[in-house]
Design a protein around this ligand. Structure first.
Ligand code: SAM
Length: 269
């Protein structure tokens, strides 16, 4: 199997990565055969899965616009994934070109491709770091010069916390970030859930052992709400993806009552 030019050396092309599988679900081109097969297998279980991915991306864009309007000038996008249409820097910098964006991902393909794309953008960059070590992550983010720890930050934890197992204490990782960021910072979280479609969530959850070493955790509303402990939830609280500040019918992608994701935004006061 030839390694494509966009794939960094040493990448394992025989193992599925959540970043590349999600890219495949979104119709992107930075994925391998193994990722496309995993996406197809998941779609056979739940055929409207690509709608979930689109619905999640639409939430991300709305959250970035909301945070920019709230005065956020620097974004830390953790678990940012393979760049795709409507990236955070594109949305944010179209509103204010001075906004700084740092992408963080554990996946080398996501980071390498992000860096290539951002070559000419001195207000945005990408680093490889692990959400499970928030102190190290924040230290590395500070070293880039893009994130000023003394200023409010827009922390994006979009479709990443469900990739952490309970033993990896995802809520504690969010708390550690809350502790470290300046007052006025915001966090946007989206998370796969069993709340609306428990049977489909269970099917996808069982299947996810093939997708990531640790699987994907579809959590219930209480567990996802608990991730906002310490943050002041902005209206309308933790809701289905399409119901968080919907802007247009076209933007909904999933029917309310049928979303496989919950989302919310919190503010540090
Ligand atoms: N945030 C983007 C979005 O919502 O469109 C991409 C979400 S993608 C489903 C999840 C991303 O989280 C993947 O790119 C994966 O590599 C990354 N990820 C998984 N575990 C991580 C960790 N411990 N630290 C940082 N990133 C992680």
């Amino acid at each position: 199997m030839d390694r494509p030019a966009w794939a960094p050396e040493g990448v394992d092309m025989t193992r599925v990565s959540p970043a590349r599988m999600y890219d495949a679900l979104l119709g992107g081109s930075h994925n391998f055969e193994v990722d496309r097969s995993a996406a197809e297998a998941a779609k056979r279980l739940v055929p409207d899965l690509p709608r979930l991915a689109l619905s999640n991306r639409a939430f991300l864009r709305r959250a970035v616009r909301y945070l920019a309007a709230a005065g956020i000038h620097q974004f830390l996008d953790v678990g940012s994934g393979v760049p795709t249409a409507g990236n955070v820097h594109e949305v944010a910098q179209s509103l204010d070109p001075r906004i700084r964006v740092l992408y963080v991902d554990i996946d080398p393909v996501a980071v390498t491709h992000s860096r290539t794309l951002l070559r000419d953008n001195d207000q945005a960059d990408a680093i490889q770091a692990d959400l499970r070590d928030p102190e190290e992550l924040l230290a590395r983010a500070g070293e880039t010069g893009l994130i000023d720890p003394a200023q409010p930050v827009g922390l994006l934890l979009v479709a990443v916390l469900h990739l952490l197992q309970d033993e990896e204490r995802p809520a504690e990782m969010v708390s550690a970030l809350h502790e470290a960021v300046a007052v006025g910072s915001h966090v946007a979280i989206s998370h796969l859930t069993s709340a609306q479609r428990p049977e489909d969530a269970a099917k996808l959850g069982r299947n996810s052992a093939t997708v990531s070493r640790t699987g994907i955790r579809f959590r219930d509303r209480d567990a996802i709400t608990a991730m906002f402990t310490g943050w002041e939830l902005v209206e309308p609280g933790v809701v289905e993806l399409p119901l968080w500040h919907p802007e247009s019918e076209r933007d909904l992608h999933e029917a309310p009552g049928r979303s496989l994701g919950l989302a919310g935004v919190g503010r540090k006061v």
